[in-house]
Design a protein around this ligand. Structure first.
Ligand code: SF4
Length: 121
C-alpha cells in the first residue's frame, strides 16, 4: 500500500489530502473538508487533468502570437501531444476572445480557444 499526500486546489482552504492506494485502486481519501476534495484527489491519483495554456502564431495581428487556452482540463498524459498540435496552429487576425480555434483538440473533448481578442494590424 502507498500513501499519497496532496493539497486540494479547489478553494483557498487548501485542505491537506491523504490518499491510500493499492496499485491503482484507491482505498481511502482523508483530509478533505468537502466532497470536491475527494473528487480532486481521486482524479489526481488516477488520471490527473490540467488546463493547457500556450500561444499560437497569428498573421496580421497587433502581436506576433496569440494567447490560447483549453476550455476545459485535458488529461496530463496527453499534454505533450496536445502541445505538438498547438505548435502547428496558425490563425489570422482579427480574433475574438473565446473564439474556438481548434475543436476537440487531439480528441480530448476540449476546444482550444483564444484567451484574448486581437485586432488586425
Ligand atoms: S476539500 Fe473542499 S474545502 Fe478543502 S480545499 Fe478542497 S474544495 Fe476547499
Amino acid at each position: 500500500m502507498i500513501t499519497k499526500e496532496l493539497i486540494c486546489v479547489n478553494c483557498p482552504m487548501g485542505c491537506r489530502l491523504k490518499v491510500e492506494m493499492e496499485g491503482k485502486e484507491i482505498l481511502s481519501i482523508t483530509g478533505n473538508t468537502c466532497p470536491r476534495g475527494a473528487e480532486y484527489a481521486a482524479q489526481e491519483c488516477v488520471r490527473p487533468m490540467r488546463i493547457l495554456t500556450s500561444t499560437v502564431k497569428i498573421d496580421h495581428g497587433t502581436h506576433r502570437v496569440l494567447p490560447v487556452i483549453t476550455d476545459k482540463a485535458i488529461p496530463l498524459d496527453l499534454m505533450f501531444k496536445a502541445m505538438d498540435e498547438v505548435r502547428t496552429v496558425r490563425v489570422t487576425a482579427p480574433v475574438a476572445e473565446g473564439q474556438v480555434l481548434v475543436h476537440d483538440l487531439i480528441g480530448s473533448g476540449a476546444d482550444l480557444i483564444a484567451s484574448r481578442s486581437m485586432e488586425k494590424n
